[in-house]
Design a protein around this ligand. Structure first.
Ligand SMILES: Nc1ncnc2c1ncn2[C@@H]1O[C@H](COP(=O)(O)OP(=O)(O)OP(=O)(O)O)[C@@H](O)[C@H]1O
Ligand SMILES: [Mg+2]
Length: 297
């Protein structure tokens, strides 16, 4: 058996490093969270705000969302909610903590997990540590209806791994040419990785018309040059309430409930939760495991 095959059996067939096996978590019939990976080509375009406020809207509709903060940068979920999580993925990978022990409570009782330094490490972890993380994630994916992953801008190996394993990827962009160009470059990279469930949110728009025109541009080039169809998830208006809420470290969806931005998030939420299947059949962790196995070959 070559090294890749050994790894495959370790992670997928047996998966049992320690006590838990991926197979046990990946093959039973229980329902798993639908996983949405929020990403962007350019930084600072609204990923974290969308992630947090969308999670709150999802919660308000009676679903149970988990946010995974997979951004190593500073402008992340914890800053927006004004509370720092005590633990992160590293405490699971290196320490003896279970995944449920590192979950932090957010507004409306939504749950948040911080990836911390563990995120950039995932690709390079030794198999037994990776397995530890994966089997812990397999536990958590059954606890929730939705998992929303807030990633850093641009495409690192860990972003690709999450995007590939997710049920869908949301690319968020602004209606500015530079952001559109970066969004296109990101879609191109996603496409190269055979990721084709791509939805787009246009942020900071002056009008619905501007949002739709921006989407059309992106859709046309994506179809023509990449052969990939993208779907329109929605838009968020340029809204000073967002800036205000960020300064107050409170989510705009709660602080400014009747703002244009909150209504927009409501629409996006409606689109995502109204698609009928709010659960994932196959499982995020299983796909994540496959990604790591194939990327290490
Ligand atoms: N619709 C909007 N209207 C007005 N301002 C906005 C809007 N969306 C975002 N902003 C502003 O942009 C800032 C960056 O947003 P956010 O932190 O969500 O972006 P990000 O993509 O997560 O950034 P990073 O790439 O650094 O993680 C916010 O703090 C806010 O000031
Ligand atoms: Mg962010």
């Amino acid at each position: 058996m070559d090294q890749a095959s050994k790894l495959r059996s370790a992670v997928i067939k047996k998966g049992s490093i320690g006590e838990v096996s991926i197979e046990n978590h990946g093959n039973d019939n229980s329902e798993r969270a639908r996983v949405i990976c929020v990403t962007s080509g350019k930084g600072g375009v609204g990923k974290t705000n969308l992630t947090l406020n969308l999670a709150l809207a999802i919660k308000k509709r009676g679903f149970n969302p988990l946010i995974i903060d997979a951004d190593l940068g500073l402008a992340n979920i914890e800053v927006l909610v004004g509370a720092a999580p005590k633990y992160n993925f590293m405490d699971v990978i290196e320490g003896g903590m279970g995944i449920r022990d590192i979950v932090m409570d957010g507004p409306l009782g939504i749950k948040i997990i911080s990836g911390g330094a563990g995120i950039s490490e995932t690709a390079n972890l030794p198999v037994y540590k990776l397995n530890k993380l994966l089997s812990n994630l397999a536990v958590i994916e059954k606890d929730f209806d939705f998992i929303i992953i807030d990633t850093g801008a641009g495409i690192s190996k860990s972003v690709i791994s999450f995007a590939k394993a997710a049920d869908e990827v949301i690319v968020i962009t602004l209606p500015e040419p530079t952001a559109i160009a970066d969004a296109y470059a990101l879609i191109k990279t996603l496409r190269r990785e055979a990721i084709d469930k791509i939805g787009v949110v246009i942020n900071k728009v002056e009008s619905k018309f501007e949002a739709e025109a921006t989407f059309k541009k992106l859709e046309t080039v994506s179809k023509r040059f990449l052969g990939v169809g993208i779907s329109y998830i929605g838009h968020i208006s340029a809204d000073n309430n967002i800036i205000r809420a960020v300064k107050q470290q409170e989510p705009f969806y709660l602080k400014y409930e009747s703002s244009a931005a909150s209504r927009n998030v409501e629409q996006i939420c409606g689109k995502l939760t109204g698609q009928g299947n709010t659960k994932s059949s196959e499982g995020f962790v299983k796909r994540l495991a496959s990604f790591f196995v194939s990327s290490r070959r």
